[in-house]
Design a protein. Structure first.
Length: 79
C-alpha cells in the first residue's frame, strides 16, 4: 500500500505503550494494532485527530505516502 503508517515511531518518541495509547484515544488495542501495522483500509478523522492530540503531533507525522517502486514509465513519443 502506498500509505505508510508511522504510529509506532511516534509512540516510541513519546515512550507510550499500545495499551496506554489505545485507552487515551478511546479505541481497542486490537484496532490500534490494525492501524499501527498498516492493515487498516480507512481511518476516521475523529480517530486521527485523537491520535494527534494524545501524541502531540500532526497527521503527517503518523501517515506518509510512499511512491510505488516500479511505476509504469510513460510511453515514449518515438517509435
Amino acid at each position: 500500500m502506498p500509505i505508510a503508517v508511522d504510529i509506532d515511531v511516534m509512540m516510541a518518541k513519546r515512550k507510550m505503550s499500545v495499551g496506554e495509547l489505545a485507552e487515551r484515544v478511546g479505541i481497542t488495542p486490537a484496532n490500534l494494532a490494525v492501524l499501527k501495522n498498516g492493515r487498516a483500509k480507512a481511518v476516521r478523522f475523529t480517530t486521527l485527530a485523537a491520535l494527534c492530540e494524545v501524541l502531540e503531533c500532526q497527521p503527517g507525522d503518523l501517515l506518509r505516502w510512499e511512491p510505488a517502486e516500479e511505476r509504469a514509465e510513460p510511453a515514449s513519443a518515438e517509435a
